[in-house]
Design a protein around this ligand. Structure first.
Ligand code: SAM
Length: 228
């Protein structure tokens, strides 16, 4: 995957040809089903040196995020001689069906955080296979996350919350259950990402307006069994 067009502020040029060839760092945070991009836009100034990617199925919604990021970048331009890179140059978005293509974008152990914020609940039993949490998909999340990395989940649908918990560490997790441990409430309370996913996502704001409940669960990827 060539990320140089997504994050031009982080490009390194080839010294002989002056052609941008690669980035100084890799994408580390993925927001799966990013919707209108509220999460990455809010996280950007908190972690200005970390590259983040929103991944979204709907073309028009993805284009909205791409335009939103372009507008924010033009309001916070790069200037020569500046020591630090201004915010929003570290975020980008792509249209993709992550259920099919996630491992095409990232190397093994590349990511430090994956966000699954207010995923579509697909209430009917026969639609459960469209949920973005399953034993098989969790194995892919474990593949692209580095040991110690985290999957953040939030939903206002209690049944979906229970589904996600049991597919990460419960009876439905199968072989991958040993790769995940639930992060303690104490650690969540101290994590700024938890506040952002709860309050700055478009869905999070909607749930707040409607007085709904938000169910949060975060899972840390353990080391592979047998690895030092
Ligand atoms: N995360 C955003 C938020 O919290 O405001 C949007 C939540 S919205 C309810 C769920 C989003 O996931 C939709 O924008 C939908 O298009 C996207 N989505 C659903 N399945 C997806 C998939 N397989 N790959 C990428 N995006 C997906």
């Amino acid at each position: 995957m060539d990320w140089t067009t997504h994050f031009p502020a982080f490009r390194i040029k080839d010294t002989t040809s002056n052609i941008p060839v690669k980035l100084t760092k890799q994408v580390e945070i993925a927001d799966i089903g990013c919707g209108f991009g509220g999460l990455i836009v809010s996280l950007s100034p908190l972690y200005p040196e970390t590259l983040m990617l929103g991944m979204e199925l709907r073309t028009q919604v993805t284009n909205y995020v791409i335009n939103r990021v372009a507008a924010l970048r033009s309001q916070n331009p790069l200037s020569s001689g500046q020591q630090t890179i201004p915010p929003y140059h570290n975020i980008s978005a792509i249209r993709s069906n992550t259920m099919k293509f996630l491992p095409n974008y990232f190397r093994q152990h590349q990511l430090s955080k994956i966000f699954l914020c207010f995923p579509d609940p697909h209430f009917k039993q026969r639609k459960h296979k469209a949920r973005i949490v399953s034993a098989q998909l969790n194995a892919e999340y474990a593949y692209v996350l580095k040991p110690g990395g985290k999957v953040y989940t939030i939903t206002d649908v209690e049944e979906l919350h229970e589904w996600m918990v049991k597919h990460f560490e419960g009876e439905e997790a199968g072989d991958v259950s040993e790769l995940w441990e639930r992060v303690s409430q104490e650690e969540l309370d101290a994590d700024p990402c938890v506040r952002v996913m709860s309050e700055e996502t478009e869905e999070g704001k909607k749930v707040t307006r409607n007085g709904g409940t938000k169910y949060i669960a975060v899972f840390r990827r353990r080391k592979d069994p047998g690895w030092p």
